[in-house]
Design a protein around this ligand. Structure first.
Ligand SMILES: *Cc1c(COP(=O)(O)O)cnc(C)c1O
Length: 404
């Protein structure tokens, strides 16, 4: 059992023993069933079919389509390429409305297609595009709205769809975080023109690296499919253009195996979220973001908002946790609009909600690497830190002092 702290001097920051002997990370890959995984990889090796529409890939696409209740699931090498292929297939031009509060890959994918991100602020309540801000940002140059279901919490889809319909532009989604999440009782995957999932190693279901483009649009799926393979339809047919965005069979083996264990993983993570919540419910200035409406979420991310009442900043808390071998994250600091080259496009752009969130959020470990006891210990440590933040002998005071 991790070592409890009796006094502030027991914190590893001040020379005490770390709470965990081994480092705990956010986004450690979940590998749910080693036997099934290695069996599938062995099959691929025996068959000597490693990529190019192999049997594992086709099975994975079919299983995900079934899981998401969507007509088409097109596997690609990663979600960034998936977003690029989608922008290409939809012939987007000019500007694309998107949140700044997202992984920089969302912006990079559009930029790589020659599109200019038009950053909008997000809602404080759900961390995704604010429909009112989107409406204000529409110009004749805007060719699409790109929503991000951050932390697996769905966007305000109906409101965004109404705006897209009114202006006759497509609504698409970066659903990198949202596999298994749902909106009004339906799984994310069928909304907008298409949704792009990531199966990167850190994501809720991982395929080492990988992505999925999900759509109910037959014509769009038909156009997208050959683009991931140089525009090759079959030996005799070449279409339009293309690139290499194929997923290999080992990745498909991992994706398939993890999909089979998704609900176990979700239940496990919900247990962790509950343990975090319970351990922190008497601590002021820290609140779970991802525990509200949990029935709609895949529950892969445990996100906490730090308020001034906690007595220490998010970055100070992180520094303390790292010394205890708990590597909390500060996704997605500093916000895309403050990163090159976007910070030079419109230096006056101010996104107050985004700017408050990037400084106030802390992500804690989830997944199979930890159990509920560990989550309780982390919450207990955070509660201890909050309790001892202020005062003459408090952590805040000692922060700048040499170790004792
Ligand atoms: C991980 C992530 C991506 C990129 O996914 P890859 O599969 O690594 O290309 C895009 N958007 C968001 C919000 C992400 O978290």
């Amino acid at each position: 059992m991790p070592h409890p702290k009796k006094s502030v001097s027991d914190l590893a920051l001040f020379g005490g023993q770390p709470l965990f002997a081994e480092p705990l990370y956010v986004g450690r890959p979940n590998i749910c069933d080693h036997d099934a995984l290695f069996r599938r990889i062995q099959d691929a090796v025996d068959l000597r079919w490693l990529t190019n529409d192999g049997p594992l890939l086709l099975e994975m696409e079919a299983r995900f389509a079934e899981f998401l209740a969507v007509k088409h699931c097109i596997a690609v090498a990663n979600a960034t390429l998936g977003l690029q292929l989608l922008a290409h297939a939809l012939e987007l031009k000019g500007e694309v409305i998107m949140p700044s509060f997202t992984f920089i890959g969302t912006a990079r994918a559009m930029e790589w297609q020659g599109l200019k991100p038009r950053f909008c602020d997000v809602l404080d309540s759900r961390h995704s595009l604010d429909p009112a801000a989107v409406r204000k940002a529409i110009t004749p140059n805007v060719s699409a709205i790109l929503g991000v279901h951050l932390w697996g919490m769905p966007c305000m889809i109906d409101e965004l769809q109404a705006i897209a319909d009114q202006y006759g532009i497509p609504l698409i989604f970066d659903a990198a975080h949202a596999i298994g999440s749902s909106y009004k009782g339906e799984r994310i995957g069928r909304f907008g023109r298409a949704e792009v999932f990531s199966l990167h190693a850190t994501k809720a279901i991982n395929a080492l690296e990988g992505g999925l483009i999900a759509t109910d649009d037959d014509e769009l799926a038909h156009r997208l499919c050959p683009v991931r393979n140089y525009g090759i339809v079959d030996e005799n047919t070449f279409e339009g253009t293309g690139v290499n965005a194929k997923m290999n069979e080992f990745s498909a083996a991992m994706g398939l195996t993890n999909l089979e264990h998704f609900s176990l993983l979700q239940t496990h993570n919900r247990g962790l979220q509950a343990a975090y919540m319970t351990g922190l419910d008497k601590t002021d200035g820290i609140q779970s973001v991802t525990a509200a409406n949990i029935e709609n979420h895949n529950s892969h991310y445990a996100v906490f908002r730090i308020y001034p009442e906690f007595g220490l900043s998010r970055d100070e808390i992180r520094e303390i946790l790292v010394k205890e071998n708990i590597f909390g994250k500060r996704y997605f600091w500093p916000g895309c609009h403050r990163c090159p080259p976007y910070n030079n496009l419109d230096p006056a752009l101010s996104l107050p909600v985004t700017e408050a969130l990037v400084d106030g959020l802390l992500q804690l470990p989830t997944g199979l690497q930890i159990g509920a006891d560990d989550a309780r210990a982390i919450a207990g440590l955070l509660a201890f830190i909050g309790k001892h933040a202020d005062g003459k002998d408090g952590i805040k005071h000692r922060f700048g002092l040499p170790p004792v």
